[in-house]
Design a protein. Structure first.
Length: 306
């Protein structure tokens, strides 16, 4: 049961965070062009694969940059919940992009394994080293921002996987130079692709859960309901919904049947429940509808609307 959802989070002011993302966009854009040109000249699919991955990073950074700006808009009559969930949508787009890129690179790598082309090893090593510097810089820029944002976490994983990919590209170029192992280039491409797919499939589930308004995994639903039922005057709890607008805000709404002889204590019971939700479960947003035992919803399920 969470007591402090903010622990361990490093808070960076929005303007500083935006500058970091903007720097990363420019760095990845320049690197992408250099790697594509160099990969075509050197005949290296691994270098082009790394460039495509860097391009996806740049696209992801642009999406994330826009999402950060939009998410800070206040709630209005069109978006009464506010705009925070745009960052979750951005994360889903970025993870989906990673999956598509990973599958494409596996296909291209297998095709090149059948007939490995000539590869200029020095170009691969030099451009791979430049990419490693840029990828490491970008990962460092987003590391301290990713702990409290699924949107920035998607970016960080993009950049981390790029840095590891660049290491693999450098090793591959070195082996080509030393031993003329041309098959190593498509083999590394496949390895990079598998790693990209692993990262994307590992992380996309949490993003989908948020978009589907799934119960927060850190909340033990049955334990929470049991605690509420233990509040003096509470007889029943049904039509319970646990959900999150974003990663930080956990919300609950529910119908609560109050005992007839406690009906005059309604405000005290509500205060007790809200205080318990905040102190024991870290839930500070709750919407509670109270029902008299003479007029409850007949046959209402514990969860959902039925």
């Amino acid at each position: 049961m969470p007591h402090d959802h903010g622990s361990g989070h490093t808070h960076i002011d929005p303007a500083s965070g935006d500058r970091r993302v903007a720097i990363a966009i420019w760095a990845n854009g320049i690197l992408t062009v250099a790697q594509i040109v160099g990969g075509i000249f050197a005949g290296s699919l691994a270098l082009i694969a790394d460039a495509i991955h860097n391009f996806s990073d740049m696209a992801a950074l642009v999406i994330a940059f826009g999402a950060r700006k939009i998410s800070r808009r206040p709630a209005d009559d069109k978006m009464t919940f506010g705009y925070q969930r745009i960052e979750i949508v951005a994360a889903l787009i970025n993870y989906t992009t990673l999956i598509v890129i990973g599958l494409y690179l596996v296909y291209e790598g297998v095709m090149r394994m059948i007939d490995p082309p000539e590869v200029l090893g020095w170009w691969v090593v030099i451009l791979g080293s430049v990419a490693l510097v840029v990828d490491t810089l970008t990962a460092m820029l987003t590391y301290s921002m990713q702990k409290g944002s699924v949107n920035i976490r998607a970016l960080f994983l993009h950049n981390l996987s790029d840095a590891l990919s660049s290491v693999a590209v450098i090793i591959g170029g070195t082996l080509i130079l030393l031993y003329d192992m041309r098959w190593i280039d498509p083999a590394i491409t496949i390895g990079i692709a598998v790693y990209i797919l692993y990262l994307a499939f590992t992380e996309i589930g949490g993003t989908v859960r948020l978009l589907m308004l799934a119960s927060p995994p850190q909340i033990e639903n049955e334990a929470l309901i049991a605690v509420v039922l233990g509040v003096q005057g509470v007889e029943e709890m049904h039509r319970v919904h646990f959900w999150q607008v974003d990663e930080q805000q956990i919300s609950v709404d529910a119908h609560i049947v109050v005992a007839r002889d406690h009906w005059d204590r309604l405000e005290a019971i509500k205060s007790d429940i809200k205080a318990m939700l905040a102190s024991e479960f870290g839930i500070r947003h709750s919407t509670l509808e109270f029902e008299h035992p003479d007029h409850p919803h007949p046959g209402a399920a514990i969860y959902g609307h039925d």
